[in-house]
Design a binder for this molecule. Structure first.
Ligand SMILES: N[C@@H](CCC[C@H](N)C(=O)O)C(=O)O
Length: 276
């Protein structure tokens, strides 16, 4: 079978995007892993499917698979690429697109300058919802690991995130603590793990160890998670610039009861065809 796809990225978080409105593609976990491989396949952090809507008030359904082949609930950088893809491919001419995902509904706005703003919905802090094993909701949780004790915050942006505050993001133990916390038994669905350095109340630096993909150049939901954690703790204002290794995002949040808004770029790299 031949699949038509686009290679896209949001700040270097890269995607294979498949139009499943005009195609009928089904891939097994092994096929996705093979396609994600940077030596043997197309190479990507996530595979995105653009699918027909399930209900009249929605324009499209959006499915996301990590490079390890597992389907997940949400992807922020992918959402911006989704908005660009559906307009580029003539699937819609709307500037405002409503999309359902496993992690909830989101709205994508294409701005005049080509950037995309995503209404990412409401962050969830209830441990059961994240999901995370904890007696009750806390601002900071203590994780006693065999060799050290770690303090982290946790939030769902549709998908599960842990956020650690560090002094120096460049030297943060992303590749040591990232996989340990991703697979920690207190995160039954595993977790994305962000390392945030607060530069000032309107500016953070962030690296993210992504569940099912390892460290990526940027993580949109991770940027939202870090920003809301910093805002809840009174360290950040309601608009913050998040510098990731691949570039910057703007995150806005008015506090609990309000949705998180993310603005940033979405780039098309090439169109391709691959046999599976
Ligand atoms: N890169 C994404 C997040 C993709 C999914 C994540 N790895 C998960 O497993 O939840 C983003 O930009 O948000």
């Amino acid at each position: 079978m031949l699949i038509n796809f686009s290679k896209m990225h949001g700040l270097g978080n890269d995607f294979m995007v498949v139009d499943n409105v005009t195609q009928n593609v089904f891939l097994s976990r092994d096929q996705i892993k093979r396609l994600a491989d940077r030596n043997f396949g197309v190479g990507f952090d996530q595979l995105l499917f653009v699918e027909p809507p399930y209900s009249p008030e929605i324009d499209f359904h959006y499915r996301i698979f990590n490079a390890d082949g597992n389907e997940v609930e949400q992807c922020g950088n992918g959402a911006r690429c989704f908005a660009r893809f559906v307009r580029m491919k003539g699937l819609t001419n709307k500037h405002k697109v409503s999309v359902s995902t496993k992690g909830g509904n989101i709205t994508l706005f294409t701005e005049k300058d080509g950037q995309v703003t995503v209404n990412m919905g409401h962050p969830q802090f209830d441990p059961q919802h994240i999901p995370m094993k904890a007696g009750k909701r806390e601002n900071t949780y203590i994780f006693r690991l065999p060799e050290q004790t770690v303090f982290l915050s946790s939030v769902s942006m549709g998908n599960p995130h842990a956020v650690l505050i560090v002094d120096d993001v460049e030297n943060a133990p992303v590749h040591e603590l990232g996989p340990t916390l991703e697979l920690h038994e207190r995160f039954p669905a595993r977790a994305n793990v962000g390392f945030m350095q607060v530069i000032n109340a309107e500016h953070i630096r962030l690296r993210v160890w992504e569940r099912g993909a390892g460290e990526t150049l940027a993580c949109g939901t991770g940027a939202c998670a870090a920003a809301v954690v910093g805002m809840l703790q009174g360290k950040l204002e309601s608009t913050v610039r998040v510098d990731l290794p691949g570039g910057s995002l703007q995150i806005r949040w008015q506090g609990e009861g309000h949705p998180v808004k993310m603005t940033g770029p979405a780039e098309h790299v090439y169109d391709g065809q691959v046999a599976v």
